[in-house]
Design a protein around this ligand. Structure first.
Ligand SMILES: *Cc1c(COP(=O)(O)O)cnc(C)c1O
Length: 447
């Protein structure tokens, strides 16, 4: 629940457990929740088995597909659909679990938590759905007023639970994010209101995401009688693909042959993998907004493994990056290329990919998934099944999809229901004083 470590760094487990081949193969018949338990139990030593199982089962019971994360087979690609949770994006997989986990830990210690975060769309709604209706948590989510999609806004503001506070701030996402950071840096305020974060640097989120790599590997490798698979991952903050990297370390040698890192034109991570160049550029808006990111918040976790687990080297590199806005890592290039391959995908390629899959397979990709699928096509190897992570339902990004296929994507029931629901949201100036005053009057306080 700490989020950041006290020195400002990110937390990692001391060691990554290794699964031997016999154990791994014995997981073949397990359900998603059963695989989740096997994976998570290897990292958790302070929650009794029955409780952990119950937390996992409850978290995935809210998914609309019985398999939780079903596979769709299109020619020689496998699409792993991660969007059957309540807000139709893959972030539900981690945040449904995190909501239950936090509530459990808070009940155990008789505590409470006020969660504060800024969102450019998907994380905010997934966090709200993870936390709504819970007794020991209140959640305050800032979004840039009138700068997120209508669906995203509706998803957040139609939640009626009294512990959910939507705040639309005038300004951009960066303004909102900067305000949240400022408030968190006020240690006294943070302490007295027990402010917590739920952003992508939380280790428990990464852990919950490791599960679907393991599950998918079992499913596809078993199905196709292969011992190795590859994954293509639409990437922004490096959380999702970092979970894949952890899965690769855990599973028997060679089980995950390749990780394809796919970015949109915000390509800092692609430049890093291909040229060792991690230098900030301007953020540009694309049709895959959840990947419109430059500095990837989980990146330093990978640096730790890249730099032989020497925290001092990581600290030095991150300091240098915070001053210069760039790191040149050509010395590590051979190592990086053993871990990842990467492609940056243009807006035209995204449109073309969505159109092509619709015409050839009657399958509708959302723009984020299309970035990963296009990159997967560029990095396929004969005889190694390629699994593309589908990170959002196409209806969440209806306008882009309609432009590509000439008609709006089908609305799933959970989105259709939002139509006409009353919505609730406070519009405010993005000023620290205004926001802090609002928190002071609405956050839960020490009794
Ligand atoms: C968050 C998000 C991503 C990027 O995931 P990271 O963990 O930030 O790399 C991709 N697609 C969708 C739909 C998302 O919401």
């Amino acid at each position: 629940m700490t989020g950041l470590a006290e020195d400002g760094g990110l937390l990692l487990p001391r060691a990554i457990p290794r699964i031997d081949r016999t154990t791994f193969e014995s997981w073949q018949p397990l359900s998603y929740s059963e695989v989740a338990f096997e994976v998570m139990a290897r990292f958790v030593d302070d929650i009794p088995t029955t409780d952990l199982k119950a937390l996992i089962n409850k978290s995935y019971a809210t998914f609309s597909d019985a398999q939780v994360v079903p596979h769709v087979h299109l020619d020689d690609l496998h699409i792993l659909e991660l969007f059957h949770g309540p807000t139709l994006a893959f972030k539900d997989i981690a945040l449904q679990f995190l909501g239950n986990l936090f509530e459990y830990l808070l009940a155990r210690d008789d505590g409470f938590l006020n969660i504060l975060g800024a969102t450019s769309g998907d994380t905010g709604s997934a966090a709200i759905y993870g936390v709504k209706g819970r007794e020991r948590m209140r959640i305050f989510i800032l979004h840039p007023h009138q700068r997120i999609s209508e669906v995203q806004e509706k998803q957040m503001t139609t939640v009626a639970d009294a512990n959910v506070f939507n705040i639309a701030v005038t300004g951009t996402f960066d303004d909102a994010q900067a305000a949240v950071k400022k408030i968190f840096s006020d240690i006294e305020f943070k302490k007295s209101f027990r402010l917590g974060a739920i952003n992508s640097i939380n280790w428990a989120r990464i852990l919950a995401q490791v599960v679907y790599y393991v599950y998918s590997c079992l499913h596809v490798a078993g199905h196709e009688k292969h011992s190795a698979v590859a994954f293509s991952v639409p990437t922004g903050n490096f959380g999702d693909i970092f979970a894949g990297y952890i899965a690769k370390k855990m599973l028997p040698e060679g089980s995950i042959r390749k990780l394809v890192l796919a970015t949109n034109s915000n390509d800092i991570l692609t430049r890093f993998v291909n040229e060792g160049d991690y230098s900030l550029a301007e953020v540009v808006s694309t049709s895959s907004p959840s990947m419109d990111i430059q500095a990837a918040s989980n990146f330093e976790r990978y640096l730790y493994y890249l730099m032989d687990k020497e925290p001092d080297l990581v600290r030095e590199a991150m300091l240098k990056f915070s001053v210069d806005g760039k790191l040149y890592m050509q010395n590590y290039l051979a190592h990086i290329k053993r871990d990842f391959v990467a492609s940056a995908i243009s807006e035209d390629e995204v449109q073309d990919t969505i159109a092509r899959y619709y015409e050839q397979h009657h399958y509708t990709l959302d723009p984020h998934t299309a970035v990963g699928v296009k990159a997967a096509e560029q990095h396929r190897d004969q005889g190694v099944p390629m699994i593309c992570l589908a990170t959002a339902h196409p209806a969440k990004f209806g306008a882009t999809v309609e432009r590509a296929i000439g008609r709006p994507p089908e609305l799933p029931p959970s989105l259709a229901e939002l139509e006409g629901k009353p919505s609730r949201c406070e519009v405010m100036d993005c000023s620290i004083e205004v926001l802090m005053a609002y928190l002071e009057s609405h956050a839960q306080k020490n009794p």
